[in-house]
Design a protein around this ligand. Sequence first.
Ligand code: G1P
Ligand code: ZN
Length: 543
Amino acid sequence: MSIQIISKGPFDGQKPGTSGLRKKTRVFMEPGYLECFVQATLNAIGGAEGKTFVIGGDGRFFNREAIQTMLKMAAANGAAKVIVGQGGLLSTPAVSNLIRQNKTDGGFVLSASHNPGGINADFGVKYNVSNGGPAPENITQAMFEQTQTISEYRILEAADVDLSTLGFAQIGEMQVEIIDPVTDYQALMAQLFDFDKIRALFAGGFTMRFDAMHAVTGPYATAILEGALGAPAGTVINAVPSEDFGGGHPDPNPVWAKVLMDEMMSDTAPDFGAASDGDGDRNMIVGRGAYVTPSDSLAVLAANAHLAPGYKAGLAGVARSMPTSAASDKVAERLGLGCFETPTGWKFFGNLLDAGKVTLCGEESAGTGSDHVREKDGLWAVLLWLNILAERGQSVGEIMADHWATYGRNYYSRHDYEAVPVEAANALMQGVRDQLDAAPGTTHGGLVITSADEFSYHDPVDGSVSHNQGLRIGFEGEGRAVLRLSGTGTEGATLRVYLEQYAPAEADHGLSPDVALKAVRDAVLSITDMQERIGRTDPDVKT
Ligand code: G1P
Ligand code: ZN
């Protein structure tokens, strides 16, 4: 066994984004590519000498090979120990939990989240730090700088480790512990939720469908829902992780989880439906005939979390990303909870959670989580919903109606315009930016603008400021539109338009979102000059 020091491979030095580095699988497979990124990461954190890490992925194509490479690199860089999920599998929230529980120095998640997998699809690697959360800006910046200057990587010439057998293995001087991916995560969920109560719910005939979308939550959901909680076999579908997610997008929304949506809207719908994404951090919640938007889900969870044992003391506060609807603000206001609005991306929640300022947080893009880990957590959200359903003894539809009658309804929809030429997208944004100061008091599409600004976030914990986080336009009657360009799109620019209209507690809550949001949408088309700027007004995806 010898350490090889290999001179720089082909690395184009792309800056890791909020979710680590995501690329085509074939790019990651180029000789030296993965290696250079991993070495750059290890260099950026001051080396691996004597350190302990967690490594696991969502099971997509190249997962196992990448883990073998990373183990040999960790060993060559002097790491003391790596904890790996059996078969190379670990969900993102499970990695976050293992980092925290074992007090490791950090961990790697191999995933491109909800992007498709396979040799012709996507792969990714993200690095999480010792609090269990995504690497903060100073570390991703250091990683980027390393990728620009890296001249060699270190790898041990050694045989592959057998990841199929639980227990300990050795690679060079480094210990490898192969653990069951589910056990520790399940124990954490059992602490937070009333498993007896949920078991009784299922025993009483409550029916559910959980679509694991051929991704990593399959084993977790099967063990917890069908195993520990006694839901009938078949409750979890698409439960075996596959390298290409059955050829689909493992993205839990009404578009990609259409089969589940159709079932939930049919006459034979079960009581409750849910889905999770590739790496298990996103969730979709749907009742019989009742889709719950992620923004509403966050609000309902905030209003009812105290019904679950892990949150019975109440919540310190609730945080939402800026484009997420203000439904959770309504709950926070009434319950006297701290209320925070952060830029898009999970990393901004970390400081608030670490400082004990918030207990729950969430994004409109189907991420919900709490202080139990430092990542969003799909199955956690599903279990909290189940605990609430068990305690309240009402259907999802009844809970929603009750919620809106108490707090009012924030009608909400996100419209995505994909593959927009970058210059046109930038010009559209600049066009709105130029109007911000003069906009209040003007009328667009029949609505009077009451406020307009570009969102800057002042982190109340570390004092840092993040500028240019999206354009916000407020309208009379509590309407709101947000415009921003995606940071994760892959082709051209993706323009995201977030539409929101509040309807007070006593108003009609039965409108279709398209109808309720028509005025705000017309105003957006007018103020952006969308047809002129990008040559169309119909979005590619509406969620
Ligand atoms: C998208 C979502 C955002 C999420 C991110 C990573 O980012 O909108 O909420 O945190 O993916 O999962 P965007 O493409 O909008 O920059
Ligand atoms: Zn994800």
